[in-house]
Design a binder for this molecule. Sequence first.
Ligand code: ADP
Ligand code: MG
Length: 256
Amino acid sequence: MSDSGTSTNTVPVKTGLVALTGVNKHFGDLHVLKDINLSIGQGEVVVVIGPSGSGKSTLCRAINRLEPIDSGTILLDGQPLPSEGKALARLRADVGMVFQSFNLFAHKTILQNVTLGPCKVRKTDPKVAEKRAMELLERVGVANQASKYPAQLSGGQQQRVAIARALAMDPKVLLFDEPTSALDPEMIQEVLEVMIDLARQNMTMVVVTHEMGFARSAANRVVFMAEGEIVEESDPETFFTNPSSQRAQDFLGKIL
Ligand code: ADP
Ligand code: MG
């Protein structure tokens, strides 16, 4: 067929704040991300769920380029991800990440943990950064811990600091990789409440979690991954009550 003026295979259409098209990633022989297509709109909350080893963390790491991809494109706000240098540092600042293991700087105070990024990467005036950090710590309910060190806080408090630290960079999108799975059960809810609050305020979020309560109250969409593929995508209610794929049914049977 000859190419017409309305051909679809020209410039990628700007579909979402984050747009992955045909993304593939291998670790040696292991095909970890298989032709992933995923578009995340401004203000959307996408929950990624799936068995251990299905590629959820790799997907998150690919979005902020902690992990290079083999093929495909990842656009942030319509722009391809830069591969190195200052442009990459800016991209990382635009894509906040909250990990399972908090990853706070152990030898810095809570306040310093939150001001460091803005001062170093955004070149924010230290006084301005401190004021904003205190507002964010207030927002996540740990302002009274500002002068302590991470080890003096509970896991739930540390994770809330990690969220404040990510927010301090004014990210365009926040990625959460199993943010509550290292927490004692009584601390899970206090972290989820902060995340639900962010979702209500239209933060664009990609959240890897098996917390169905969070998905039901905050997610616009659930993406189910298995063996490196997106097997199913639907609204949370449909996914949890009436999943269409056998793999999702089997998985939900194990976790619920
Ligand atoms: P999930 O987060 O869904 O548990 P991951 O993205 O962490 O899955 O891992 C997907 C697959 O890739 C797993 O089989 C894992 O062992 C493998 N993997 C992850 N990171 C690496 C790495 N750096 N080197 C080699 N294999 C890896
Ligand atoms: Mg993981």
